[in-house]
Design a protein around this ligand. Sequence first.
Ligand code: PMP
Length: 437
Amino acid sequence: MQQQPDWLRYDRDHVWHPYATVHSDTPIWPIVEARGAEIRLADGRWLVDGMASWWSVIHGYRHPVLDAALKAQIDRFSHVMFGGLTHEPAVELARRLLTIAPGSLDHVFFADSGSVAVEVALKMAIQCWDGRGQPQRKRFLTIQSGYHGDTFGAMSVCDPENGMHRLFSGFLPEQLFAPAPPLASEADDGSALEAFETLLKQHRNEIAAVILEPIVQGAGGMRIYRPDYLKSVAALCRQHDVLLILDEIATGFGRTGTLFACEQAGVEPDILCLGKALTGGYMTLAATLVSDEVARDICRSEAGALMHGPTFMANPLACAVAGASIDLLLSRPWRDRVIAIERQLEQGLAPCRDLHTITDVRTIGAIGVIELKGNHLPPGIQETLVGAGVWVRPFRNLVYVMPPYVIEDAQLATLTEAICEVLSTRLQMQPSPNPPL
Ligand code: PMP
């Protein structure tokens, strides 16, 4: 084993990590290389990656096609402003997105991250109603246990309990929250939908849009719900003339077994948010897609234009690699691969069902989730998983995997066996405080 690198000490003292404190003793692992579905630690160990770098690296690390696309674009230009200028990588990416996106979406706004794509979607909805002569429509209706990002608008529509509402109350806009739909494995007495409909009817003249994650609620609880619920929500939005924003930032590009999760309910959004796997996880880029009808009304609003325009909008490198990533996905039997991963996850995680501290094991597409009783994980679970040769990042009472689609069967077996083994041995121990996401 090699020594820990020097820069790791500097990291601990000066570099902020996600949802982290400074001067913390929480372990952090230095990565020096990544290839396929594995990442290599500075001490030489390779870990099987169960996270696909927060669900984005669908084709694995250092894919030759994506590497080549990026290098080719570097030799042309890495960036130009998008105000008043345009370039082929952005236009060809927009063309691809509008071709594969569900429903009739006609315009693409490129944003720098998922959270910003959500901010843009919220702005679009508010400006659309302004253009329609109903400027009072400025609130959003959503469901509990959702997650849409960490910027303020996005945060305001995250779950109010496990989100950051208390911390930022007084500053965050106050939105409307319906109960989360039951899990697909639970009985559905229809009460969640009824409560949703009641809120929608009560507030329809204030609501600009409904926003939710279709089929899978990710960071808000890794919950899988029935397509029927989404179908009914979409129908209610149409009936009561409220826009529907679908956040497919986590579910887009095949993760749930369909190219977009909303296809499972046969619904079409007015506004669609994409991110994460858009670039195959190579670079930060997101997109907000909108129908022509909504886009026209946005442009009739008092401002006369959509009021957003980030410095790195439609970054050519990110657009070039995103275009290559989509072509690569569509050129492969990605659906068969995702369904094969689902089957293997189902089988591989099944032994965890027998552990008495586990309340649920659920899978959909290339997503596997283990939910523990209570609100705590065993102490040191992250270190133990790394010791077992896998990179999995549990949070709250959830251990989950969303591996790259290129993960080999043997690597996936390593992942599920390590998780089952670590949980069955560590669940005997005392609970630890909540680790961050
Ligand atoms: N929406 C969803 C559904 C997400 O899962 C995430 C990220 N986990 C976001 C929005 C925010 O994306 P980003 O982290 O790129 O800002």
